[in-house]
Design a protein around this ligand. Structure first.
Ligand SMILES: NC(=O)C1=CN([C@@H]2O[C@H](COP(=O)(O)OP(=O)(O)OC[C@H]3O[C@@H](n4cnc5c(N)ncnc54)[C@H](OP(=O)(O)O)[C@@H]3O)[C@@H](O)[C@H]2O)C=CC1
Ligand SMILES: O=C1O[C@H](COP(=O)(O)O)[C@@H](O)[C@H](O)[C@H]1O
Length: 518
């Protein structure tokens, strides 16, 4: 049965930015400056902020890494921004931005390097009028988090002294994922970090929270009067969250071997999505209020039984028309690796809103396409009036769905049944579709822009809190433990370019459901 699209028009006049804020003058110090994340995401994001006049007039960026890149760092970054950011070489804001990007070579575990860094930052304060304010971004492998934090503390760089007027500059730190490896290591890292920084100085980043479409889940639910009334166990049959990627591990073998899909994306990105879908309305859009409601959701999830989990690993296959190797054939991956590149879980949230509503989540690499989507499937009406009788094909009567397309093709659609024109009461599913691009134009934001800006502003609403990180690890750790105790015999169990192992289908089929075709 054909599906009809009903477009939703944006209210162009009402669409516009409000609440734009400019941070204080500051230096952003990026540990891991020559790394992939800095090149592909962080510097382009800072540049886009500058282009949009959202950075303070007085700011500087200092990249820190091991290699001696003093001469080549700024030109390399300029090229990276041009290549990755859709920016022209002659963009008038590019040269002034690059002039403020500096490099400092040091080894993260060398105490003397921090002394030199401290002096360099003080000099740059003089040159760029950045007033001693610092945002330290830990964009490096997690084994260095603890060293860097400790040395910053020992050098007095974490808690700067107040001047004679009692004014102290601010210092904050953004810590990349993965924040810990399991519950125990996450707690230990939290303890280390909390010895040096107060909780309100710590910004544990999950770039999914910087995505417009993720923030829009809260707007959709709490800025509209009509959805929240049906957002509960009385009306919702089940919820699906899919985070599918067509890419493989992109040369990150050693990292991924230690991580796997559960640690890499489920513990953080997918759990964040789930909390936004399931949380109660917070009392305000302030960091503490929002984080408190998220933690309540994670804590209300019943312990996840290993039988409600599925793990997969891709073998060779075809993605986007190209033959790709299996996971075990990837560079620096063990030929008999037990690492999962796919995970699916069925879980329940034991609270008044959600009891009895299954949440099915799945995430994986080398699936047929890149798509992150949340589907809310509603219950059928109690009496299917049009079943039989004049309706020739009652299988066309589909349950209502709200699907939130996080990426790509960002937007939201609502599926409902409509009467097919003609003499009988035949029904066809149609979609009312809101597309971000159609409504507001294409956005170049990658999530990091919003989060870097918020951290410079000291707004932790869209960052993870200690309690939240530990709550999500508390859910994942027993699964990881059970999986480690029972090696898989049938890996690889899905071909690259397919939708994961058949056991993931069985997880839903045993309850009379199917993953939605994406
Ligand atoms: N890449 C991505 O898309 C994403 C990454 N992340 C997270 O971001 C973090 C960084 O990832 P990524 O950029 O991919 O990592 P890379 O391996 O590409 O970069 C690591 C950086 O750390 C530096 N470095 C490593 N060891 C030392 C040392 N002993 N002393 C000084 N510098 C050192 C390297 O410098 P040098 O070159 O001089 O050795 C390099 O700049 C990780 O925590 C990752 O999980 C999170 C989401 C996405
Ligand atoms: O954190 C990570 O996220 C990316 C996926 O991010 P997206 O914004 O492209 O959806 C994933 O590829 C990577 O393995 C993981 O470390």
């Amino acid at each position: 049965m054909a599906t009809t699209q009903v477009q939703v028009s944006p209210d162009k006049e009402a669409a516009g930015r409000s609440n734009e804020r400019t941070p204080d003058p500051c230096i952003v110090v990026i540990f891991g400056a020559s790394g992939d994340l800095t090149k592909r995401k962080l510097l382009p994001a800072l540049y886009h902020l500058q282009q949009a006049n959202l950075l303070p007039k007085d700011f500087a960026v200092v990249g820190v890494a091991r290699r001696p890149l003093e001469a080549s760092f700024a030109p390399d970054m300029k090229e990276g921004i041009i290549a990755g950011g859709g920016v022209e070489d002659n963009d008038p804001k590019l040269a002034p931005f690059v002039d403020r990007v500096q490099y400092h070579a040091m080894n993260f575990d060398d105490a003397a390097g921090y002394d030199a860094l401290k002096k360099k930052l003080a000099e740059l304060d003089g040159k760029f009028n950045t007033k001693g304010n610092r945002l330290f971004y830990l964009a490096t492998a997690p084994e260095y988090f603890s060293d860097i934090i400790t040395y910053l503390g020992q050098n007095g760089m974490a808690q700067p002294k107040a001047d004679k007027d009692g004014h102290a500059p601010w210092v904050r730190t953004i810590i990349e994922k993965p924040f810990g490896h399991d519950l125990e290591s996450a707690r230990a890292l939290n303890d280390e970090v909390n010895k040096v920084f107060n909780e309100d100085q710590i910004f544990r980043i999950d770039h999914y929270l910087g995505k417009e479409t993720v923030q829009n889940i809260l707007v959709f639910r709490f800025a509209n009067g009509i959805f929240e009334n049906v957002w509960n166990r009385n009306y919702i049959d089940h919820v699906e969250i899919t985070a599918a990627e067509s890419i493989g591990i992109e040369g990150r073998g050693p990292f991924y071997e230690q991580a796997g899909a559960l640690r890499d994306v489920v513990q953080n990105h997918v759990m964040e999505l789930l909390s936004f879908v399931a949380m109660e309305p917070p009392v305000s859009f302030q960091a503490d209020a929002v984080r408190a409601e998220k933690v309540k959701v994670w804590k209300a999830i019943s312990p996840i039984h290993p039988a409600d989990t599925v793990r997969g690993q891709y073998g060779p296959g075809i993605v986007d028309g190209k033959t790709v190797p299996g996971y075990r054939q990837e560079d620096r991956v063990h030929p008999r690796s037990q690492t999962e590149t796919y995970a699916a879980i069925r879980l329940e949230i034991e609270n008044w809103r959600w009891a009895g509503v299954p949440f099915y989540i799945r995430a994986g690499k080398r699936l047929p396409k890149r798509v992150t989507e949340i589907t809310i499937q509603f219950k059928q009406p109690p009496m299917l009036l049009f079943k039989g009788g004049e309706c020739h094909d009652s299988s066309a009567i589909k349950p209502n769905l709200i699907s939130m397309r996080i990426q790509p093709d960002e937007g939201i659609s609502l599926r409902f049944g409509a009467k097919l024109p003609g003499p009988s009461m035949d029904i066809s599913p149609v979609h009312m579709n809101f597309s971000y691009a159609d409504a507001f134009g294409k956005s170049s934001a990658n999530g990091y822009e919003r989060l870097l800006l918020d951290a410079m502003l000291g707004d932790g609403t869209l960052f993870a809190h200690r309690d939240g990180v530990e709550a999500t690890w508390a859910l994942m750790t027993p699964i990881l433990k059970a999986w480690a105790e029972t090696p898989v015999k049938d890996f690889p169990n899905y071909a690259a370019g397919t939708w994961g192992p058949s056991a993931a289908d069985a997880l839903l089929e045993s309850e009379g459901r199917k993953w939605r075709k994406l």
